[in-house]
Design a protein. Structure first.
Ligand code: ADP
Length: 260
C-alpha cells in the first residue's frame, strides 16, 4: 500500500514540477524554431510514461483488491522504472539538452538490446485497452550496443504505440532483432491499417498525419515519427517503412555499431 501511494505522490510531484518549470522556460522567450520543436517532441515523449504509470497504478489497485502480491510487485517495478525514465526525460527537457544546431544531445552507454526490447514491449502493452499479441524472435541471445538508452526507449515506444494505435483489436506485432557485422537491425511489423503509398514519403515529417476521414481516425500530433527519425540520425542510423493499405506496416531501423 505505502509503495503504491508513494508512486502516486511522486508522479504528481513530477508532473507539477514539470509544468511549473516548463512555464518558466516559456517565459524566457525561446526564439529558435528548432528549439521549440525539441520541446514539442520531448513533451510528447513525456506523456507515454505518464499513461503507462497511470495504467500500471490502476492495475495495482485491482491486484491489491485480489491480494495478488506477485503482480503487484511486478507492476510497481514497472512504475518505478517508468518514473525514473520520466525523470530523466524531464531533466533533459529542462536542460534543453540540444547542441548548437538544436539536435538532441545523446548520452550513450552500452546495454543489451534483448532485455531492452522485451521491456519496451511489456511497457507498450500495459498502456492499452487492446489485446496485444507479440512475437519477438531475436537472432541472438545477447546484443550489446552503444546508444542513448532513454531516447532509444522512446523510439521503440513510439513505433510500438503506433502499431497498436493503427491496428484493430486484437493487435499482432512481430519484432525482429538482427546482429550484423557493422550494424544492428530491428524491425517492428503490425497487421494494422497500413499507410497509403502516396503518403509514405511524408510520415517522418513533423506534424504530418495521414489525412483524417480515411482510416486514421486516431488522435495524435504527427510528432512521434519525426522525433524517431531525428534520434536515429543522431546515432548515424536510419529508419525505413514499408506498408500496404489494409495489410499492415513494417518499420525497420538500422543502427551502426561504430558511431563516429
Ligand atoms: P501520430 O501517431 O501522433 O499522428 P506519428 O508521427 O507517430 O504521429 O505518425 C505519423 C502518421 O503516420 C500517423 O498519423 C499515421 O497516419 C501514420 N502511421 C504511423 N505509424 C503507423 C502504423 N504503424 N500504421 C499505420 N499508420 C501509421
Amino acid at each position: 500500500g505505502g509503495q503504491f501511494v508513494f508512486s502516486l505522490l511522486l508522479l504528481t510531484a513530477l508532473i507539477g514540477t514539470f509544468i511549473y518549470l516548463l512555464k518558466t522556460i516559456r517565459k524566457q522567450n525561446q526564439s529558435a524554431i528548432l528549439r521549440k520543436a525539441f520541446v514539442n517532441n520531448m513533451t510528447h515523449e513525456l506523456k507515454t510514461p505518464v499513461s503507462t504509470v497511470m495504467a500500471a497504478v490502476e492495475a495495482i489497485q485491482r491486484f491489491v483488491a485480489k491480494d495478488d502480491k506477485v503482480r503487484m510487485h511486478k507492476y510497481l517495478d514497472i512504475s518505478k522504472a517508468e518514473l525514473e525514465h520520466l525523470n530523466d526525460m524531464i531533466e533533459r527537457v529542462l536542460a534543453l539538452d540540444v547542441d548548437e544546431t538544436h539536435r538532441v544531445r545523446l548520452t550513450k552507454s552500452t546495454f543489451d538490446l534483448v532485455p531492452f526490447v522485451r521491456s519496451c514491449l511489456e511497457v507498450a502493452t500495459i498502456a492499452t485497452q487492446k489485446q496485444v499479441k507479440v512475437i519477438f524472435n531475436p537472432d541472438v541471445e545477447r546484443l550489446d550496443l552503444l546508444a542513448d538508452e532513454a531516447h532509444l526507449k522512446n523510439v521503440l515506444g513510439n513505433l510500438l504505440d503506433n502499431a497498436i494505435k493503427y491496428s484493430d483489436d486484437p493487435v499482432q506485432i512481430t519484432v525482429t532483432l538482427k546482429d550484423r557485422t557493422n550494424d544492428v537491425v530491428l524491425s517492428i511489423a503490425d497487421k494494422g491499417k497500413g499507410i497509403p503509398a502516396e503518403h509514405l514519403p511524408r510520415v517522418f515529417d513533423m506534424f504530418f498525419r495521414v489525412p483524417a476521414g480515411t482510416v486514421h481516425e486516431v488522435k495524435g500530433f504527427g510528432l512521434g515519427l519525426a522525433y524517431v527519425k531525428h534520434v536515429l540520425e543522431q546515432h548515424a542510423g536510419r529508419i525505413r517503412v514499408q506498408s500496404e493499405i489494409g495489410k499492415g506496416s513494417i518499420f525497420t531501423i538500422n543502427i551502426p555499431k561504430n558511431q563516429l
